[in-house]
Design a protein around this ligand. Structure first.
Ligand code: ADP
Ligand code: MG
Length: 322
């Protein structure tokens, strides 16, 4: 994109660049210069959102800006990291001031109270694509990794599951169960478009949890990542899966399939040694214990009666599956 055009665009980013002490030089040079404090490790992650793949072409620009940053902040949350900086690679089909105003409104809403500062990026012309890289701090050795789950650890999730998936199913399949009203659909849509990254929770559990992941592809797919990396299995009680009052209006098997298989909730799933679980409820009132880590090599589902359950929750979203 021509320099003059970037100058036009850059005015919209200025409210994202409030100066942190650890930013020696922010936007405007060939590189940003950063001064991390001693004793901290950097957690770094990047996510790309492509029109038609990760978001519907008609999504409101504000929602898009919000979600582009929120999903990245969610990765920091899942590591127990405190947000510090982000870079933004923006591919735009055209220069559209209204779009940029709303998009950066959404970015600013996601950044609010997180402490994150925009320190650079790249702007090009082409099909709408947003890439954001985030950087955050963890105390040395304290990051919440996927590979630390131990046999007997309890499995927890935050919030409720399947709400964003209901909005996607509605949109893609014209799915309209009679039990749901307008307020329910608005709630699902809000959960899809404005997920709340669990930053405070991620940092609070980092001293107790043995492994963690954020739920972007669905509980069964994301918990399976923890199990594979940890070389363990788990038994999950489907009767304990936390669902919203809106999702609970659905036939139970439909609600459970969404809670297990649908992505985009951006809640945290984490494991905690049994001895430390009494500390959790005071950290966050939305936590639910849904099962336990086992020595098996698979994810097993049971119900309150202890019966093994087979639910064909579609596996998490995989861009390269046949
Ligand atoms: P270069 O040609 O050296 O790559 P650019 O002209 O692409 O530099 O960018 C100039 C400055 O503007 C750089 O500091 C870069 O980080 C910043 N920048 C460019 N695009 C964006 C963007 N979308 N968001 C934030 N900063 C950006
Ligand atoms: Mg340069």
């Amino acid at each position: 994109m021509a320099g003059s055009e970037f100058k036009l665009i850059s005015q919209y980013f200025s409210r994202l660049t409030s100066q942190r002490d650890d930013v020696v030089l922010g936007i405007g040079d060939d590189c940003a210069l950063l001064q991390p404090p001693a004793g901290k490790q950097l957690a770094v992650s990047i996510d790309t959102l492509v029109e038609g793949v990760h978001f519907f072409a008609d999504v409101a620009p504000r929602a898009l800006g919000y979600k582009s940053l929120a999903v990245n902040l969610s990765d920091l949350a899942a590591m127990g990291a405190a947000p510090a900086w982000f870079t933004l690679a923006l591919t735009l089909p055209e220069y559209n001031p209204d779009w940029l105003q709303q998009f950066t409104d959404g970015l600013a809403a996601a950044a609010a109270n997180s402490g994150i500062q925009l320190i650079g990026g790249d702007t090009t012309r082409g099909p709408l694509t947003i890439s954001i890289q985030v950087h955050g701090y963890v105390d040395k050795g304290q990051a919440l990794r996927r590979d630390g789950a131990g046999v007997g650890d309890k499995v927890y999730v935050s919030g409720t599951l399947g709400d964003a998936g209901a909005a996607v199913k509605h949109r893609l399949e014209n799915w309209l169960p009679p039990a749901l009203n307008d307020a329910d659909w608005q709630f699902f849509q809000q959960r899809l478009e404005y997920p709340a990254p669990r930053l405070t929770l991620g940092q609070a559990i980092s001293q107790y949890a043995s492994a963690a992941i954020d739920i972007s592809d669905g509980l069964s797919a994301d918990l399976t990542h923890i199990l594979e990396r940890s070389g363990k299995g788990a038994v999950i009680n489907i009767d304990r899966l936390p669902v919203s009052s809106a999702l609970a209006k659905l036939p139970r098997d439909e609600a459970l399939a969404l809670a297990l298989g649908a992505g985009d909730d951006y809640e945290l799933c984490f494991t905690v040694p049994a001895a430390a679980t009494d500390k959790l409820q005071q950290l966050d009132g939305t936590l639910t214990c849904i099962g336990e880590i086992t020595a098996a090599d698979r994810l097993q589902l049971t119900n309150d009666l202890g019966q093994e359950i087979n639910i064909n929750a579609k596996k998490g979203y995989d861009h390269f599956s046949a």
